[in-house]
Design a protein around this ligand. Structure first.
Ligand code: KIV
Length: 278
């Protein structure tokens, strides 16, 4: 599926997004758009809509597999779903999310698992959560030729350490720690970083402190781009979304309504009709 933009009155095919586009878009002052996807249909829709990047997030565990947190998500689950999204995504840059404890044991473990994303699932980069403590893992992966996206602020894999899903960087001291983490992972080699649930002033400090693009999720308008969990954006599950989400539609209601109608049609004999028969 091709994407086009209008340039000088002409439809021009948009380039396949690659890692260097992140810096290029930031330099041009163009906002970077990323969404998550978890399977073939969500990958197709995200790519056709023209996002810059698709992240197969470990939010997969919560929005597609029914867990109440991301910690149970394994490498095998991530590989299975990333490979499905890969079959759909042709133009956007595809990033796989390293799940809980798949990269924090050692730089070698981090590289092995990052390599699985690229080799087995066709991802073009990986994302991992953490600040200075994951710098050696980032450097190891990047040195082997795999781009890495960072993730600071609220890190769902550190749920128990954070004591819940809380806004990060509200105090001067914690804001300063976020800035130091952002600088450390930039120095280690990430091409961009996600800042999740970060106080707007802290987000501004992070953006001012690094030269890589900062992609926000609940981290204010200041960021160089925005990412949302696709299921939140389209209302794919009935739970109320977090404050920072803009819900554009309700896929769940549409789906449930259609299934209800099908139930009614079958039970009343309205479906199938002659045109549905061979
Ligand atoms: O797992 C995920 O979907 C993420 C996004 C919230 C950035 O990490």
């Amino acid at each position: 599926m091709e994407n086009f933009k209008v340039q000088n009155g002409k439809a021009v095919r948009e380039a396949k997004r690659r890692v260097h586009h992140f810096a290029m878009l930031k330099q041009r002052g163009q906002k970077i758009v990323m969404v998550t996807a978890y399977d073939y249909p969500t990958g197709l829709a995200a790519d056709a809509a023209g996002v810059d990047a698709v992240l197969v997030g470990d939010s997969l565990g919560m929005v597609a597999l029914g867990f109440d947190q991301t910690i149970p998500v394994t490498m095998d689950m991530m590989i299975h779903h990333t490979a499905a999204v890969r079959r759909a995504v042709k133009r956007a840059f595809l990033i796989g999310d390293l799940p809980f404890l798949s990269y924090k044991v050692s730089p070698e473990q981090a590289l092995t698992n990052a390599g699985r994303f690229v080799q087995e699932a066709g991802a073009e980069a990986v994302k991992l959560e953490g600040g200075g403590e994951v710098a050696p893992m980032i450097t190891k992966i990047v040195t082997a030729g795999i781009p890495v996206m960072g993730h600071i602020g609220l890190m769902p894999q550190s749920l128990h350490k954070h004591g819940g899903y809380r806004v990060q960087g509200r105090q001067n001291e914690t804001a300063q720690m976020l800035v130091e983490d952002a600088k450390a992972i930039e120095h280690a080699g990430v091409f961009a970083l996600v800042a999740e649930a970060v106080d707007p002033e802290a987000a501004a400090e992070i953006c001012a402190a690094v030269s890589i693009p900062v992609i926000g999720i609940g981290a204010s308008r200041i960021c160089d781009g925005q990412v949302l969990v696709l299921s939140d954006l389209v209302g794919a599950i009935p739970a109320p979304p977090p404050k920072f989400v803009k819900r554009y539609t309700s896929v769940y209601d549409t789906m449930e309504g259609a299934i209800r109608e099908f139930c009614g049609d079958v039970r009343s004999g309205k479906f199938p009709q002659e045109q549905h028969e061979y």
